[in-house]
Ligand binder design. Structure first.
Ligand SMILES: Nc1ncnc2c1ncn2[C@@H]1O[C@H](COP(=O)(O)OP(=O)(O)OP(=O)(O)O)[C@@H](O)[C@H]1O
Ligand SMILES: [Mg+2]
Length: 252
């Protein structure tokens, strides 16, 4: 396994409140790594550290080091290149309102200063194909992104993230607002994207972790309790907290 992201002694929080404690973690390249844990345990905070979105919140702070391909991302003054390489998909699909399907995917390239319309058109198509949405929308690229179904909107957001050619995708409970059919499409997509991208997925859902992920981390009250191959964690959890979380979730 090749290392893509490494966290060393990371503490993080908001103002007086510490949320993450001494996180040491290696995220392998071109694999799906899930982060599981109870509500409020710090999953979203951990994810947002990885592309320097955390610091967008007033009062947010971080100590320790986060390396991307060996580069300390917090040593850079400008977070923009990190965010380009590490894309993010949120819990609620959030296509930009008043923008067409096409514009929603093209926007990132335009913001990064790409002007060649032919190149952009090609990239939009490739991104929609990679997000398994092209066939469904190719004849209606001018329709508003928000006119799509929830599952299509989430794939549109994935296409938007892919268009700027990242190497890492962060996904924060990307299917929790979706129906089972849309969920399984996204899960298949996550599997196929992991051939090319490093994926870090936050999920509450143990079955989803089993279906899509290679590695799993369990976080509890801001600490990583356990990290291993998913199959190992789900069948032979080492820690009692992990075991309790898994058996409770697996029933419900
Ligand atoms: N912007 C913020 N300002 C202050 N505290 C915050 C902020 N965002 C999160 N927190 C706190 O940090 C802790 C961890 O929150 P986080 O959102 O990372 O948890 P989570 O594991 O993603 O939870 P969930 O499963 O409910 O999404 C919580 O106690 C939360 O109240
Ligand atoms: Mg969260």
């Amino acid at each position: 396994m090749k290392e893509k992201i490494r966290l060393e002694h990371v503490d993080a929080g908001f103002g007086e409140k510490q949320v993450l404690y001494d996180i040491n973690l290696i995220i392998p390249e071109r694999k799906v790594t899930v982060i599981m844990g109870p509500s409020g345990s710090g999953k979203t905070t951990l994810l947002r550290l990885l592309n320097r979105m955390h610091e967008e919140v007033r009062g947010a702070w971080i100590r320790g080091k986060v390396f991307l391909d060996g580069l300390d991302i917090y040593s850079l003054r400008d977070p923009t290149p990190v965010r380009r390489r590490v894309g993010m998909i949120f819990q609620r699909p959030n296509p930009f309102p008043k923008m067409s399907i096409y514009e929603n995917v093209a926007i990132g390239l335009k913001l990064y200063g790409v002007k060649d319309e032919e190149f952009i058109r090609q990239k939009v198509r490739e991104a929609l194909e990679a997000a398994a949405l092209w066939e469904e929308v190719k004849d209606e690229l001018d329709k508003p992104g928000t006119a799509l179904s929830g599952g299509q909107q989430q794939r549109l957001c994935i296409a938007r993230a892919l268009a700027v050619e990242p190497d890492v995708l962060l996904m924060d409970e990307p299917t929790s607002a979706l129906d089972p059919i849309s969920t399984s499409k996204i899960e298949l997509l996550i599997r196929s994207l992991s051939k090319k991208y490093t994926i870090v997925l936050v999920t509450h859902n143990v079955q989803q972790a089993a279906r899509v992920s290679d590695y799993a981390g369990f976080i509890h009250k801001g600490r990583i309790i356990e990290f291993s191959l998913t199959a190992e964690m789900l069948t032979k959890p080492k820690n009692e907290l992990t075991e309790r979380f898994i058996s409770r979730r697996a029933l419900g």
